[in-house]
Design a protein around this ligand. Sequence first.
Ligand code: AMP
Length: 568
Amino acid sequence: MQTFEESGINPLIIKAIKELGFEKPTPIQELTIPYLLDIKKDLVALAQTGTGKTAAFGLPILNQINTESGKTQVLILSPTRELCVQISNDIKNYSKYLNNIRIATLYGGAGIDKQIRELDSGCQITVGTPGRVLDLINRKKLKLQNIQYVVLDEADEMLDMGFKDDLDAILAATPEEKQSLLFSATMPPDIAKIAEKYMKNADEITVGEKNISAENVKHHFYLTKARDRFSALQRIIDAHPAIYGIIFCRTRRDTAEIADKLIENGYNAEALHGDLSQAQRDYVMNRFRIKHMQLLVATDVAARGLDVENLTHVIHYNIPEDPKIYIHRSGRTGRAGKKGTSITLLHSKEMFRLRDIEKQIGKKLNRKMIPEGKEICERQLFHLIDKVEKIEVDKDLIEPYMDVIYKKLSWLSREELVNHFVSVEFNRFLSYYKNAPDLNISENERERDSGDKNKKPKQRKANEEFSRFFINIGSKKKLSPTKLMGIINEQTRTRDIQIGRIDIMDSFSFFEVDTQYENEILSAFVDYKYKGMNVSVEISKEKKNDTSKPFKKKNFSKTKPDKRHKKR
Ligand code: AMP
């Protein structure tokens, strides 16, 4: 299928999407639209975010819905409220010329009564987050007996966020006869299991890691010492005066801290993380979307619902441990035919992570040198000159002031005038970067630091800012560090919490977590069962460095937090 017209989709839907600027189908749409219009089998579609997935399932579903009936025929599940609202709005836009299409948007953190009223009024399509959808099913307000399509959007994210049990319960409640569609960026084993368990003989469509934008994204990295990370970030931003980008940080705390420092230093930046209320998040996202803000500092989870087309840069303040996260983040730039750059800040000991990412994306990340003061001043200067040259002048508005201005500046020659005016902006950067040191790591330092490039960093020592917890399960119950991290993420429903050292023993284990999340951890494990066993988690009284244990300990560390820059 080369065009939407030849797909046989209702011309009224095509009219609506043309108005949205959809000229021709994206690769995933080319494959899924004819499939879903023709074939009634279950389908697993693997494609990155931002590749046009919503229309890939939304258009053929809309085309086949029975608008005469108000019964719920479609259930779309997505991991976050933001994504849920976005899908719902997208489908409303595609169907704006169709009569009688009603869509319910069901997510937590908002009044349930309004959503119940929406459902009672008869909606053919429901879009929701797993928790709220399950709640409405249990209250018998969301009826599933007429469901013909179930869509799991960003299924990998839903699992990562700990919705596995909810998904199991929802899918088990849907009728046997239906078409299930699973959209995911990757195919981890859990997704494969869901596909196996709830889908019948599903076909698979993959557009690979080939994000529609991938060719437009340049991948750069900058090597610097951990303590210079923030200064390096500042220089990179200063060297790109027209930057419009997201800076990704690992934790909420880092996010808030980096944003605060940027604001203190006069940058047009704000933080987006899970500690903000929904209203605050909406406010920040909106300001960013309409470009009232140049830099958004965000955690992965908080940025999930943000749909912004024309980002010039994505900056990984810390290199992500999981290459999948790198791919997700980087896919946010270079969209809609525009060019973008994905920038990673790292120190030599993190080089092995770079290699993992390169393997996954099938591309090399190019090392760039952190610009020196002189280069930044030059770039700023030419940006200023360019702005001056291109600015639209409203003669009528400035006319009344010109006489006074001419008089005041009449003693300056043309050349002096240009010098003065350029210096207004330029002096700031000149004085800031005067005698600025080189922040790059030299080849010698790099070799010394990295040693064997495949060697993973040493374990982080137990740290004062981490609290140590005892959990009454261990390797006898097949608990592994990865499994434990997964359980913590799932129970707390976030990946924002920094996990430190993990010690797995035979019948119990210890793990460290960022102290600020102590209460969250304790409450997350109330009533938690592991393989049918009641699990108890408590703050450990064991001394962190007590090595005189009669049992064999296995130590692991998920993260190697570097807090040195915070002291700057
Ligand atoms: P999605 O993956 O559904 O979030 O889509 C990513 C972005 O691509 C959204 O802003 C869509 O509006 C846009 N989009 C989807 N399909 C097309 C298309 N065929 N042509 C142009 N833009 C599209």
